[in-house]
Design a protein around this ligand. Structure first.
Ligand code: OAA
Ligand code: MG
Length: 203
């Protein structure tokens, strides 16, 4: 990753996902079904992509073995909600590898402990039903998450509102536009706070 790229990623990591989506003409925002599993979770990092058979997590185990510090494991699980693709043990191993978190187009389990671990996990559903571990699957291929294409290395940013995907070649421009939008909104927040008679909440 270049210095330019990492500074754009850092800037994106500090911005609300809503502003980032607006800066991309409201494109490249995942379907609302792919949501944070705990309030306040936030992630930003380059994607390590996983394609897996719905309900099967063999290749997510391989991703946790391969993940580099700061990467987000992004799993195309076919939008299946019937089997949890990760839980507390896999989240804990990923944290130990300094993975930035998970975005899963599928289900997860053990969410109370995942929250206590502080691992940001975005998913379509929560279920106690366990996964199969047979494959097939693939790592580092383009995938679709909530209707958005994620290529390996794309920047993935998530907060309480959802997930946006930013191609690194556009990240500087998107960060600049999103910062401008955020500054413009700050001015509006100040005016509204005055009318409310108390500071505008920061969420
Ligand atoms: O059984 C699994 O593969 C997922 C799970 O619950 C865990 O990682 O804790
Ligand atoms: Mg478990």
């Amino acid at each position: 990753m270049t210095t330019t790229g990492s500074s754009a990623l850092e800037r994106l990591s500090r911005l609300p996902v809503a502003n980032i989506g607006d800066a991309m003409e409201r494109l490249n925002v995942c379907h609302s079904a792919v949501r944070s599993t705990w309030e306040g979770a936030r992630l930003a990092g380059p994607a390590l992509t996983v394609l897996t058979r719905p309900g099967d997590n063999l290749f997510i185990h391989r991703a946790i073995e391969a993940v580099q510090p700061g990467q987000v494991i992004v799993v195309a699980g076919g939008a299946d909600e019937s089997r949890a693709l990760i839980g507390e043990l896999m989240a804990g191993r990923a944290k130990a590898a300094r993975c930035a978190g998970f975005v899963i187009d599928g289900a997860v389990r053990d969410v109370a402990v995942i929250r206590a671990l502080g691992v940001p996990v975005f998913a379509r559903a929560v279920t106690p039903a366990g996964p199969y571990k047979n494959g097939p699957g693939a790592l580092d291929v383009p995938v679709a998450i909530g209707g958005v294409v994620v290529s390996p290395g794309d920047y993935v940013v998530g907060d309480d509102d959802g997930v946006a995907v930013v191609t690194p070649s556009t990240a500087e421009e998107v960060a600049t536009k999103a910062e401008a939008k955020h500054a413009q909104e700050n001015a509006a927040r100040a005016t509204i706070a005055e009318a409310l008679g108390h500071p505008f909440p920061t969420g």
